[in-house]
Ligand binder design. Structure first.
Ligand SMILES: [Zn+2]
Length: 90
């Protein structure tokens, strides 16, 4: 099944793609490749992708590793408890 694509608000020429993050039409060279995408290009330009990754890493660095592990453990315990509850209910 072909993947869906968003229609850009402005008409873009061939070889140019609209970045919905910065709302700018840029040449294909400004987009990283993504083999799974309908046009084999990332949905956002390299600049936006880089700033998104920077923001993600900065947010991730805010919480210490031990806290993230504890959070993950709590999350899985909640899931396990939910599954066990459902199994005993039936
Ligand atoms: Zn962009």
């Amino acid at each position: 099944m072909p993947r869906t694509c968003r229609i850009p608000p402005v008409r873009v020429a061939a070889g140019v793609k609209f970045c919905f993050q910065c709302s700018t039409a840029k040449p294909h060279a400004h987009f990283a490749t993504d083999r799974k995408a309908w046009d084999a290009l990332r949905p956002m330009c390299r600049c936006c992708d880089a700033s998104r990754v920077r923001a993600y890493r900065a947010k991730k660095a805010e919480t210490p590793v031990a806290d993230r592990i504890a959070q993950s453990r709590r999350h899985w315990q909640e899931i396990k408890a939910g599954v066990e509850q459902r199994l005993t209910a039936t």
